[in-house]
Design a protein. Structure first.
Length: 207
């Protein structure tokens, strides 16, 4: 087991190692790097993290992260508010926005249905989506969830929940490979998948 010359350093390493993808060796390198930085720079980093955690909120409309009640996308009059793209999390919003190919708005579920992980429909922001559709101003829903078993399960659940509404339900084209996460898909492929979306029912017919 690694021994440390300082309890303060050990505590910092333990906390940094909690971050995803950060092992203890990497955490130690990060902690030692911070020790070499100007105290004002380290304080600025700490303040930014604390302020992000305490002050960031979720958009009341789409559940994207925001600095205010409505995010800049939902607030924009230039976006097509009758077109909603349903995604798993905030990283997917960022990935799709980077393509520059989507002009609608979003709905962030906050996850996907995964019985193995104990995540059911009640754990996701599905009711908020149903309420938005029930307002009667929505013309199309794009299901842009991961091309995994869990993503397909969530797609089918949403299809059943939205079947009673008079709207177009589509899914992104399979330019995104099976098993891929949207955030890891290149911008050109993801952009084409959005533009070449297909009716969800046609995908069911092929299964």
């Amino acid at each position: 087991m690694q021994s440390y010359p300082s309890k303060l350093l050990e505590h910092a390493v333990n906390e940094l190692a909690r971050l995803p993808g950060i092992g203890r060796k990497t955490a130690l390198r990060m902690a030692l790097h911070l020790l070499k930085r100007n105290p004002a720079e380290v304080e600025s980093l700490g303040t930014a993290i604390i302020k992000m955690r305490n002050d960031l909120i979720y958009c009341r409309e789409c559940r994207n992260i925001s600095d205010q009640d409505l995010c800049t996308i939902c607030e924009s009059p230039k976006r097509d508010h009758s077109l909603i793209c349903v995604v798993e999390d905030i990283r997917d919003v960022m990935a799709i926005e980077n393509t520059g190919q989507f002009s609608g708005v979003y709905h962030v579920l906050g996850g996907i249905i995964s019985p193995m992980e104990g995540i059911g429909p009640q754990d996701l922001h599905i009711e908020g989506l149903i309420q938005r559709v029930a307002s009667g101003n929505i013309g199309e829903i794009i299901l842009a969830l991961p091309t995994t078993i869990e993503g397909d399960t969530t797609n089918f659940y949403l299809f059943r929940k939205l079947a009673e509404f008079n709207l177009r339900l589509t899914t992104i084209a399979r330019g995104v490979s099976i098993g891929d996460e949207l955030e890891h898909t290149d911008e050109v492929t993801l952009g084409r998948s959005i533009l070449n979306r297909t009716p969800y029912e046609s995908g069911l017919a092929r299964k």
